[in-house]
Design a binder for this molecule. Structure first.
Ligand SMILES: Cc1cc2nc3c(=O)[nH]c(=O)nc-3n(C[C@H](O)[C@H](O)[C@H](O)COP(=O)(O)OP(=O)(O)OC[C@H]3O[C@@H](n4cnc5c(N)ncnc54)[C@H](O)[C@@H]3O)c2cc1C
Length: 383
């Protein structure tokens, strides 16, 4: 189906990005994959290409384009060649909306220029060892002491946590009230070079191996009050406002991975010979790939519509949850079927389909699990 979301500027950006991935990423990717982290210099290269500043206002060094379409293209192009670019997705898709929405003029002047150049990489820390889905249950606390908050606690599963220079930490600044357990959370932009901040284990994951996902520990970290984002105790509502864009991002990424899986499978079955003919020549193969294509076309319609709604500012939490459930389930089915067409080679990590299979699994878990998405949709239905 003809897509209508992208114009000539987007397609020219796609061509530039594709050339960058081929020249600067693919030749080194195996090394980064084995190391379990991308080199810091990659972020500098991505910044030079303008990837971190696209939607940052011009006065802070960005291009001032208020759209997620370039991010969408980034998902599509990285999936197309089976790579992930460390924690850069978190920097742009997760952290930046908080800075644009909540930072004061003084904070924007301090944070955004270094954000755009990649000199300061950002991460977002909500999840704790004891609580993930139940955000209001978090225990990390920040107590005001003069002109600093004193931060104590621990976070886990934090993408980009090893290389981050600043982390937006969700923490409890006041006890919950009897009627509202969501009250009392705040967001602090914590400098990771502060005394008392440490990175715990870099976690050994099933997939997404170039993403540094880590535990973070805070022991009496003194955070200046100037690094409070938005109003004290209102953190839960800020998190709620930004989660739809994060969930659209996961939906779009999953769609892109499913589309890439078909491409990898088609290439494979056209050259693999069994019983004297190509795997592509079996009717089962044609039917499998055709069925996958139909599912991915439907997912494309969903993500494109969600993308336009997000850019207009009216993607609702329930719509974002629906898009995430649908597209991540499609990707799960499609990637599994495409792996099957590879036979045993599909199980080998040297084949991109195997890595996609592992990378994709987390899409139904992070950013809110499928079960939590269903509770949001059901609530919106009045159930
Ligand atoms: C690779 C990776 C990267 C991540 N990156 C980040 C990051 O950068 N920043 C960050 O803050 N977090 C991050 N996370 C955390 C992620 O968002 C959480 O893992 C996720 O929200 C689920 O929380 P949990 O792991 O504590 O699971 P739990 O909340 O313990 O859930 C366990 C199970 O119970 C189910 N469940 C929970 N509540 C309900 C309910 N009400 N009804 C029905 N079923 C329910 C869940 O669906 C799940 O199946 C990351 C996770 C992974 C795996």
């Amino acid at each position: 189906m003809q897509r209508t979301v992208f114009d000539e500027d987007h397609e020219s950006f796609r061509a530039t990005l594709r050339a960058f991935l081929e020249a600067e990423v693919l030749p080194h990717y195996e090394e980064w994959y084995q190391a379990g982290v991308v080199p810091r210099s990659l972020y500098g290269q991505m910044a030079d290409l303008g990837l971190f500043g696209i939607s940052v206002p011009e006065e802070y060094g960005g291009a001032g384009v208020d759209s997620h379409k370039f991010t969408a293209i980034q998902y599509e192009e990285t999936a197309r060649v089976g790579v992930t670019l460390g924690g850069s997705g978190v920097h742009v898709l997760l952290a930046l909306p908080y800075l644009k929405m909540l930072a004061t003029e003084e904070q924007k002047k301090r944070y955004l220029p270094n954000f755009v150049t990649g000199e300061e990489m950002w991460a977002l820390a909500m999840t704790e060892p004891g609580t993930g889905s139940d955000v209001a249950g978090m225990r990390t606390s920040a107590k005001l002491d003069g002109d600093h908050y004193v931060l104590n606690g621990a976070k886990t599963f934090i993408t980009g946590g090893v290389l981050a220079d600043r982390v937006i930490v969700a923490c409890r600044t006041s006890p919950a009230t009897e009627n509202d357990r969501r009250f009392g959370l705040s967001l602090l932009a914590v400098d990771t070079h502060s005394p008392g901040f440490s990175v715990g284990r870099k976690l050994d994951k099933l997939g997404l191996r170039t993403q540094d996902t880590a535990e973070l520990v805070f022991e009496d970290v003194r955070v200046p009050v100037e690094d409070l984002l938005g109003e004290e105790n209102q953190g839960f509502s800020y998190l709620g406002r930004n989660l739809p864009s994060e969930r659209w991002g996961i939906a779009h990424g999953a769609y892109a991975q499913a589309k890439a899986a078909i491409r990898f499978a088609q290439q494979y079955v056209e050259q693999r010979t069994v019983f004297g003919k190509t795997v592509a020549s079996f009717q089962n193969t044609k039917f499998e790939l055709a069925a996958c294509k139909a599912e991915v076309d439907a997912a494309e319609a969903v993500v494109d519509r969600a993308l336009e709604a997000l850019d207009r500012g009216d993607l609702t939490p329930a719509d974002a949850a629906s898009a995430k459930v649908f597209c991540t389930e499609v990707a799960h089915r499609v990637i599994d079927r495409c792996l099957q067409l590879h036979g045993g080679y599909g199980y080998m990590n040297e084949y991109p389909i195997a890595r996609l299979y592992a990378d994709n699994r987390v899409n139904r878990i992070y950013g809110g699990t499928t079960e939590i998405m269903k509770t949001i949709i059901a609530k919106d239905m009045g159930l």
